[in-house]
Design a protein around this ligand. Sequence first.
Ligand code: FES
Length: 294
Amino acid sequence: MWDYSEKVLDLFYNPINQGAITDPQEPDVAVVYGEVGSIACGDALRLHLKIQESTETIQDASFQTFGCTSAIASSSALTEIIKQKTLDEALEITNKDIADYLGGLPEAKMHCSVMGQEALEAAIYKYRGIEVEQHEDDDGKLICSCYGISEPRIRRVIIENDLTTVEQVTNYVKAGGGCGTCQAGIEDLLIEVQQERTALSARVASEVASQATNKPLTPMQKINLIQQVIAEDVRPILLADGGDIELYDVDGDVVRVLLTGACGGCASSSETLKNSIETSLQAKVSSTIVVVPA
Ligand code: FES
């Protein structure tokens, strides 16, 4: 049995904004719909928008869906979220926003929130005369032929939702959930995205650090950089050993940290502080930093 939030159940039993929107044939008003999924795959959503053309504002939204509890609740939630937003504002909405509005969705049902976000995008691009396929697939290749899911789409959902496993990707976009032959390709994409993230973080850290050598950091820049070094260089090592770290305070060059988990009660924690954390912070933030326990 799925563990649904109260909001999901409420919107399932009492869906709002269900149905189509009739075009009133009024000046300055356009009615358009975007569609994703397919009935053959078990999920399909058509999202209708009524748009005030002069301001590009969504005056009304409704949906028709063929799907489960989560699909109905996600669609209802989406229509509520986007009303009175401009099209540009609506394009900023992610599937996470939909899931958050619902108080969360079971992970195996996250594809319903992704479907909502994609239907919204499809409707807006259609209104603007842009083919969604052109936008989404660019020159991307098809990864999952069972569900017709391209590389850019999988890449995007991995990045936007911080996904790390093939199973999660299947939960979010269904790719990999059929014959399974594409799972190796999904795995490769997960590794690629992770490598790109690591390379980007390293570049940002070194750029900030090189700025730091030329110009003193502001207190805010310094705290941000310390947080970044802890998150990227220190924390993964401690997590691997069953421990964790929290930045407690920064006072000038004194950085106070809280070691928790296995590191919290570890007899060698002060050694860890000196050798690992302080050395990293001295190398990347300031050579005068001293790390002490909170
Ligand atoms: S090709 Fe992706 S599950 Fe079959």
